[in-house]
Design a protein around this ligand. Structure first.
Ligand SMILES: CC(=O)N[C@H]1[C@@H](OP(=O)(O)O)O[C@H](CO)[C@@H](O)[C@@H]1O
Ligand SMILES: [Mg+2]
Length: 565
């Protein structure tokens, strides 16, 4: 490292000492904490993003958001060149950077890591796209990020403004593929693909389109965050005739981000979000989270404030049913498609939070289902191992990944079928539907906006109401609790977080408790975004699930002790 680089790093780092007494780590989805603690961490995340850009010689993304956390929190996460989450082998470096107590130590950490990774400080120009959500702490953290990026010579911070997390990931991916990569291009791509999907799914359905255009209203809870605002813009561009989209909690009405609203609240509390009421009874409703990478659906019943939840597992099931259906049409009638003997492999990726009924349902469909630990970085990675990988967390974060070889095959098949068919064959329609879907769904990361458009198109295609969709299977009653403990890192898990290996004895105690409940299933794990241990329980009745969760929460308390805070 040249002297100019050393002194630049030292002088800028001196302005961002780490917060006293707080140990932050790159968790499930980057660093998260009370925003007042984050300036140093975000500055250092800027350095990390710049080094990642130098290492990969590609555009990198840095997103300032704390997603579903309360408005006073904030956070930072990094997008890799493909639009995926930061490569996991860089996470320990992120932790060491954040923890360096002085500017001198920070310089040493950077120099050691750069040496190991053979990063060359040659001043070559690289870009980091910096986005943020609507949190009031965003502008000050943005400045910190820019200074961090600017303290690596050659790295340039490009402020791309207020965005959803998936928009930023999409823009990073597009930049590195040298395709149009602005926010407008993203919105254009979504509206163009939705028109294409609508055309392929509606106009190409057997028996014509009119009969299916009846579920015509969708009411969306924007969590008082960035997603609602972007959806309003997208809605203008879509200019829909057959679907009316109303957005509540867009943030324009002055409500507080994530307070009593949003996908996390709706999925965990299962109650009607603020702003929704009698006027929405029976209508198809959807909820986005604070950075619009999660989506759940629900309906408001007339008799209580408890919603009927249609969660990420059901969105996954809807997508899986549709794709399986199209593939079987494509592979039927033998002909061209089986001659090449190509059988695309579909993989369904879930976490332990997936409702047991969804996993059973998907397996009964004959699909391959695998579990990974919590966090999109794990699910996404696993899904890339299939021709078609569909992943979702129960909380609504997920997408569909189509492998490049599969898309090439599908494209070729589509052209081949259209050249031989008189008019449109069923097979060719199925190929074009799948191709259209691959253009609409965000390949970089779960995206509430593109996911929502796909749900809407598939429901119309199938002619299903939200109730019909919800009846694909019946969720097992479940309960989630959070327990504050002295040190959540004392809990170490294995087998996709379904078993606790540390502290000793607790897993046996959980097993003994779970065995008391018919269809009982329960696990605990330390949250990667909040300072709590999460407890998840499932059983044959709601009372039983509540009681199992409560007993296990007490076990957590007994084994791990109460937090002093
Ligand atoms: C039970 C739960 O919903 N966990 C969420 C939550 O992670 P935790 O590590 O559980 O705090 O936030 C993550 C980031 O948004 C999301 O990927 C994950 O599914
Ligand atoms: Mg989120």
């Amino acid at each position: 490292m040249e002297e100019a680089q050393r002194s630049l790093l030292l002088s800028s780092a001196a302005r961002f000492p780490p917060p006293e007494g707080a140990r932050l780590s790159y968790g499930t989805a980057g660093f998260r904490a009370d925003a007042s603690l984050l300036r140093s961490t975000v500055f250092r995340a800027g350095i990390l993003a710049a080094l990642r850009a130098l290492k990969t010689r590609s555009v990198i993304g840095l997103m300032i958001t704390a997603s579903h956390n309360k408005v006073s929190d904030n956070g930072v996460k990094i997008s890799d060149p493909s639009g995926e989450m930061l490569s996991q082998d860089w996470e320990p470096f992120a932790d060491s950077l954040a923890a360096a107590p002085t500017a001198d130590r920070l310089l040493e950490v950077v120099a050691e890591f750069a040496g190991l990774q053979r990063i060359e400080f040659d001043g070559g120009k690289v870009e980091v796209l910096v986005g943020r959500d609507t949190r009031p702490s965003g502008p000050s953290l943005l400045e910190a990020a820019k200074l961090g990026i600017g303290s690596i010579i050659g790295a340039v911070a490009v402020d791309v403004g207020i965005l959803t997390t998936p928009q930023l990931h999409w823009m990073v991916r597009a930049s590195n593929r040298s395709t149009q990569a602005s926010e407008f291009d993203y919105l254009e791509q979504l509206s163009r693909s939705f028109r294409l999907v609508s055309w392929c799914l509606m106009d190409l359905i057997p028996g014509g389109s009119e009969s299916n255009k009846k579920n015509d209203k969708l009411v969306v809870d924007g969590a008082n965050g960035v997603g609602g605002e972007k959806l309003l813009v997208l809605k203008e561009m879509l200019n829909l005739k057959d679907l009316e989209i109303e957005v509540w909690n867009s943030g324009r009405e002055g409500g507080v981000l994530n307070e009593g609203v949003g996908a996390d609240f709706v999925q965990k509390e299962k109650v009607v979000p603020s702003g929704f009421g009698l006027q929405d009874v029976g209508i198809r409703c959807a909820s986005l989270d604070g950075d619009a990478d999660r989506l759940v659906y629900f309906t408001v019943p007339s008799y209580s404030n408890k919603i009927e939840l249609v969660d990420g597992d059901k969105i996954l099931s809807l997508f899986a049913v549709f794709i399986k259906e199209q593939l079987s049409i494509l592979n039927k009638e033998a002909g061209a498609s089986t001659e090449d003997g190509y059988q695309p492999r579909i993989g369904i990726v879930q976490t332990a939070y997936a409702n047991g009924a969804s996993t059973d349902y998907l397996k009964q469909l004959g699909l391959e289902v695998v579990l990974t630990p919590t966090g999109v970085k794990y699910l996404h990675h696993k899904a890339t191992q299939y021709d078609i990988g569909i992943y979702f967390e129960a909380n609504g974060h997920g997408t569909i990944l189509f492998s490049e070889p599969f898309l090439h095959w599908l494209d070729a098949k589509n052209s081949e079928l259209s050249s031989v068919a008189e008019g449109c064959s069923e097979q060719q329609k199925a190929a074009s539907r799948l191709l259209a879907v691959s253009k609409l769904i965000n390949p970089a990361v779960g995206d509430a906006l593109s996911g929502m458009l796909l749900v809407e198109a598939i429901l119309q295609y199938e002619g299903w109401s939200i109730h019909r969709w919800s009846q694909l299977y019946h969720d097992l009653p479940s309960k989630q609790l959070k327990v504050k403990v002295a040190d959540r890192t004392a809990v170490v898990t294995a087998n996709a977080e379904t078993e606790v290996v540390k502290p000793p004895g607790i897993q046996e105690a959980i097993n003994a408790e779970t065995a008391k409940y018919p269809k009982g299933r329960c696990f605990i794990r330390p949250s990667g975004t909040e300072d709590v241990i999460r407890v998840y329980a499932e059983a044959s009745t709601q009372d039983a699930a509540d009681s199992l969760a409560n007993s296990v929460a007490q076990l957590v308390d007994k084994f791990l002790g109460h937090s002093s805070s």
